[in-house]
Design a protein around this ligand. Structure first.
Ligand code: AMP
Length: 572
């Protein structure tokens, strides 16, 4: 597909979804029939019916040994007929180990097609996008290498560093060199500076995920005076010492602009930051960032910063396994967002999910999903995944031509998330067990526990509420809380959390230090009373593992005695 494509391509793709899916599977099976993995089940055949009959539905953990062998230097054809040229580091795992997914140029090319179609959809719904500048705050992660020397990085980083990104029409106010700067702080500073200097041309402001955009706005809160001063004198601050960043900024910030500096000082100096995005970028037509799934927690913040004037656009649904679908109605409200699957990305199947998140068994093709049903997607891609579970729960909301549209419901097992890390009930319970073992030698006995994803801080962080009783001297009303022991509890909890948590916590930019809040004795009883007053049954009452209701949180917050924070990042 050429990059100069128009929206008729989308009509063709969605109208011929069945045929295209069929062709994709044929192509994948032809290329992979002789891989060690598929030979186990198909004995070299590339027959589609045999594939469905014999190849098992697997989770990442089942495929991991094969993927690891390639990462460790065995030939790609252990899993893939096409050479594996990179590995994508995913944010998602509940098992504690970071997931790595094989990738190749077909994957990168698919991402490019996906972005191109996404931009076309945006241009259809918003006038003048092509003529304006599109701010999309993007940051790259350090690239490491697998033992066999192949690059290993998150998909967005791998794509952004590839030639496929370079040839995209981006209309960004920031030159690529700034986006490619490995120092996030310098890159963020320069991306903002370029965006401010060209404020009159900016038509959309965004980032892949809402959490990132909120983080950038908080950064702006800390640095607006410096931006104004740089713009006033026409020079970027000296601490920007990445030469490509400096050079790139100097092509944008070419001369002093005291009027713009005054304007920024005036807008940012106001007591409230309500509507700051539309005040600084008056021609912005929307905020472009994913606000579905765990990102929905950032909707109120983004509505505040745009003063409810700009639509929040959740453009796409994608993962390290495959890029899935686009939101064809970008102007719809976040609660109504559905993603239309693109049949050319990978071969997709869907496994029925029942109300509890268990899988009910039936597997259907993309075009055979049923309206209203809940499914977990399975991916068979061009880089070695076959019938691999994605771990998301989606609901069918309609069809665009023959292609189904899905609402993102939730990650299958996540209970806590402040960035994109999926922390499960299991993870939280394991962390709690570690903390309890630290407390063993103290006089403290755990009497209540729940947790909360606090995103009012930047970055967001986990708050664990604990209530203690004395093991001895039960009548003591004031429990001595040993700072050292409780900080140690925070640290061991963090150490035991999943790999994605530890990775995003390690740079202190995406996840902040875990916090323990010790509450007064009796608080968890009050919490139960609160829920019972709302209709819970006493005999069946279970303290929620994780709180979301502001009223329930208030019950705890009114009784907080002390706070403790982890004082070091956990090892990755
Ligand atoms: P990763 O493999 O690290 O890119 O993470 C992919 C996961 O992020 C998906 O499986 C989803 O759980 C989540 N995700 C991606 N896009 C969206 C979206 N538009 N809405 C909600 N969750 C999303």
């Amino acid at each position: 597909m050429s990059l100069g494509c128009d929206l008729t391509v989308l009509e063709e793709l969605t109208s011929n979804a069945k045929q295209i899916q069929d062709d994709v599977l044929t192509k994948i099976l032809k290329a992979n029939a002789n891989t060690e993995y598929l030979r186990r089940f198909l004995q070299g055949s590339s027959d589609k019916e045999l594939f469905k009959k014999n190849v098992p539905v697997v989770s990442y953990e089942d495929l991991k040994p094969y993927i690891d062998r390639v990462a460790n230097g065995e030939p790609s054809d252990v899993i893939s007929g096409e050479p594996i040229t990179a590995f994508f580091l995913s944010s998602g795992t509940s098992s504690g180990n970071q997931k790595i997914f094989p990738a190749n140029n077909i994957f990168l090319e698919n991402i490019q097609i996906f972005y191109t179609l996404g931009s076309l959809v945006m241009s259809k719904h918003f006038d003048g996008l092509k003529q304006g500048k599109v701010i999309r705050f993007t940051f790259i992660h350090p690239i490491s290498t697998t033992p066999c020397g192949l690059p290993l990085a998150p998909a967005v980083t791998s794509f952004t560093k590839s030639e496929y990104y370079r040839s995209l029409a981006k209309n960004s106010p920031s030159p690529d060199q700034i986006i490619l700067c490995p120092d996030t702080k310098q890159s963020m500073y320069c991306q903002l500076l370029c965006g401010l200097v060209q404020r009159d041309e900016v038509v959309t402001v965004g980032a892949v995920f809402a959490s990132v955009l909120v983080q950038v706005i908080h950064f702006l809160e800390n640095y607006w005076k410096e931006f104004a001063s740089n713009i006033r004198c026409g020079h970027v601050s000296e601490w920007i010492n990445d030469l490509s960043c400096r050079d790139s900024v100097s092509t944008i910030l070419v001369e002093p602009n005291p009027e713009l500096a005054d304007l920024i000082e005036n807008e940012c100096g106001q007591k409230s930051w309500q509507g700051i995005v539309s005040r600084l970028w008056p021609k912005a037509k929307c905020i472009d960032a994913i606000v579905t799934g765990t990102m929905s927690q950032y909707i109120p913040a983004l509505e505040f910063y745009s003063n409810n004037k700009l639509p929040l656009v959740s453009k796409a649904y994608a993962s390290s396994e495959a890029y899935f679908g686009l939101n064809l109605e970008p102007l719809c409200k976040p609660q109504h967002v559905s993603y239309t699957f693109l049949p050319n990305m990978s071969y997709f199947e869907f496994i029925d999910v029942d109300d509890d998140g268990g899988t009910a068994g039936e597997i259907v093709d993309l075009v055979n999903v049923k309206l209203g049903h809940y499914y977990e997607p399975l991916v068979t891609n061009y880089s070695g995944l076959h019938r691999c579970r994605v771990g998301d729960v989606l609901q069918v909301t309609g069809f665009y031509n023959m292609a189904p549209q899905f609402r993102f419901v939730r990650r299958k097992n996540t209970v806590l998330s402040v960035y994109v890390e999926p922390t499960t009930e299991d993870d939280v319970l394991k962390a709690l067990a570690r903390a309890t073992s630290v407390l063993e030698s103290s006089n403290l006995m755990l009497a209540g526990f729940t947790c909360y994803a606090d995103i009012s801080t930047v970055p967001g962080h986990y708050v664990i509420y604990l209530e203690f009783r004395a093991k001895v001297n039960k009548t003591t009303s004031v429990l001595p809380l040993d700072n050292k022991v409780l900080v140690e509890c925070c640290c061991v909890m963090e150490e035991s959390l999943n790999g994605a948590y530890r990775l995003f916590r390690s740079d202190n930019e995406h996840i902040g230090a875990l916090e323990l809040r010790v509450v007064q004795q009796g608080t968890f009883d009050s919490l139960m009373e609160f829920f019972v007053s709302r209709g819970s049954s006493v005999s069946q009452y279970k303290t929620p593992m994780c709180l979301k209701s502001a009223e329930a949180l208030k019950v705890l917050e009114d009784k907080v005695l002390a706070r403790f924070f982890s004082d070091k990042s956990p090892p990755i």
